[in-house]
Design a protein around this ligand. Sequence first.
Ligand SMILES: Cc1cc2nc3c(=O)[nH]c(=O)nc-3n(C[C@H](O)[C@H](O)[C@H](O)COP(=O)(O)OP(=O)(O)OC[C@H]3O[C@@H](n4cnc5c(N)ncnc54)[C@H](O)[C@@H]3O)c2cc1C
Length: 404
Amino acid sequence: MNEFFATDRLRAIYPKVKAFLEEEIFPDETEWSQMPFHEVEPILRAKKDQVKATGAWNPYLAEEEGGAGLNLMEVAQLGELLGKTPFGHFTFNAQAPDAGNIELLLKYASDDMREQFLHPLLEGEIRSCFSMTEPEHAGSNPVNMSTTAIRDGEEYIISGHKWFTSSADGSAFAIVMAITNPDEPNPYKRASMIIVPTDHEGFELVRNIPIMGHAGTGWHSHAEVRYHEVRVPVSNRIGPEGGGFLLAQERLGPGRIHHCMRWMGICERAFDLMCRRAATREISDGVYLGEKQMIQAFIAESRAEIDAARLMVLHAAQVMQTHGQKAASMQISTIKFYAARVLQRVVDRAIQVHGALGVTDDSILSFFYREERGARIYDGPDEAHKASLARKVLKEYGLKVKNN
Ligand SMILES: Cc1cc2nc3c(=O)[nH]c(=O)nc-3n(C[C@H](O)[C@H](O)[C@H](O)COP(=O)(O)OP(=O)(O)OC[C@H]3O[C@@H](n4cnc5c(N)ncnc54)[C@H](O)[C@@H]3O)c2cc1C
């Protein structure tokens, strides 16, 4: 915890969460990272009472929703702590994509939806996924999509092909982006978000897509999914018809802060492992790795980059918390590509310092390296965020960039 940004609420919770992670998660995480996730899930869920005792279950929820009532800056800092292990967010019910879906449902769900979908999610009894990207279209410009939801009386009939529907395996429902208003002139008003329970006829989980050799299972997987004329009631639509992209933007804003702070946690973890190794690995008689200037440069550069990235992320969180998501759009684009690059560099250096051990599954570093390469792609690839940032900067100089 950074004393500069600490609050009384955070000081009360943080040490309890830290102790829990150190005692209950860190010792087993390497073993768990090599097990199918559906076997790890019951182990983590069995710790729910201990997690609740820390006061940080569902850490981003308001007090009236049964949460700790933390603001975005506080949640971000807790998110860094949870990010130090691949199992931190899941154990505290703060994992993507559920956290984003929960935030969406809290704001837009009808009473029926709350009962059926939101409450079991809040209790960690079920999981969910978010199904927007399609293999046939550029996901970085998602207005181009083929999935349709055609109205038939009081039902929608959903047909389409999605991929990278993270955590679909074992999810109780998917929030699907589908075209409901194809004739709407504004392409950003053509799609809606609709809840599709995965046990409905026509939902097909085609496969968990292997990521660098690991297909994963359960929460820890990314699925290809087909919707074959799946029928759901119109009341399963979240928000207004045609409001899908507006909701997607709302979902992504705080989500990017959550991801970036989770990455800071990974960076700190990798940094700690790198320094421990550098301080104890004897490279020749009485000479340790950390005495080599090239390794010292890894350490110094990593320290500086992590500290800079964290301040940038907290600044974005502070702007969003104070002035709202729209006002923070430049900061969000900046941190999304900057923090993702820092993450990649720091984990890479930590692996290098570990030598062969670093690329094995005996070290959690290889897990981070493999699983987090996607950080530079999901929630907007680096290039899209750089283009968006530059466009906004140039606008201030009178240049209106028409096409990115
Ligand atoms: C680990 C992971 C998890 C994911 N989880 C989900 C999920 O749960 N649900 C879901 O719906 N989707 C998910 N996605 C999909 C993700 O949202 C898309 O991959 C992302 O939007 C990019 O789309 P694309 O892969 O089609 O790449 P494309 O849009 O084809 O882009 C390819 C490349 O083109 C370049 N590019 C793109 N735009 C620009 C630009 N404006 N200027 C210059 N270059 C550009 C970038 O280098 C980019 O990487 C996930 C992806 C990953 C990797």
